[in-house]
Ligand binder design. Sequence first.
Ligand code: BTN
Length: 248
Amino acid sequence: MDRRVIRHGVTDSTSERAFAALAEGSASHGDVHLASAQTAGRGRLGREWSSPEGGDLYASVVLLPPPPGYDPVGLTMAVGLGVLRGLERLGGAELALKWPNDVVDDDGAKLAGVLVESRGLQPNAPHYVAGFGVNVTRTEFPAELERERPVTSLALCGVEADAERALTEILSELEASLSQLADSPHILCSAFVERAGLYGGELEVQRGSETSRGRLLGLDLDAGLCLATQAGEELTIPLEHVSALRHI
Ligand code: BTN
């Protein structure tokens, strides 16, 4: 993947900058939009992504077609794995993935988040922007964020790093996981399942307002999430319908 890094300093959102470059026709596959702070950083489900200046990582990568087979769920899994492995290369230990887009520490505190978006510029050959935010040096968080869920940073995990190094390690792992998504998606799915600790025990799956429970039989980009329910049935749920997934 070519790596043109476009540095914005303080900007609204690196993903917004990536979409602006796509709209004006200046974007290339692999372009990385980087910010030192974001004034309108966004997360999943329309949430805000707290993005102050001070050393955390805010980056978005442009992904142009081909290869085929990209879809938002597979991409989110591949980017999550890339971020997780990149942070491990920096010395992060006992990190895990949490469906669909979080990297968490061993207590489940959120260290990084991934947001894959497409704007239907070409419905048959979608353009994607994969944004990721990593809490690198921060040791304090807004109270409303901490009320929502536990949060952490590399610094709080005892890892000394800066955003540039974190970006370098993540981009190299991202390249590998995106190739895996294109060439052997089943291996990527297995890696995700393992790093999200989904095998063994009962899972609770949120699908819209519906909740299902069961033991994981398999996870496949085409077939979806396959569960063995307590009633002895097999239940398959398309991955794009799975909004939350946790052990109970
Ligand atoms: C989430 O956990 O909900 C996803 C968070 C994604 C945040 C990153 S920071 C860089 C890029 N720009 C944004 O506005 N959001 C993503």
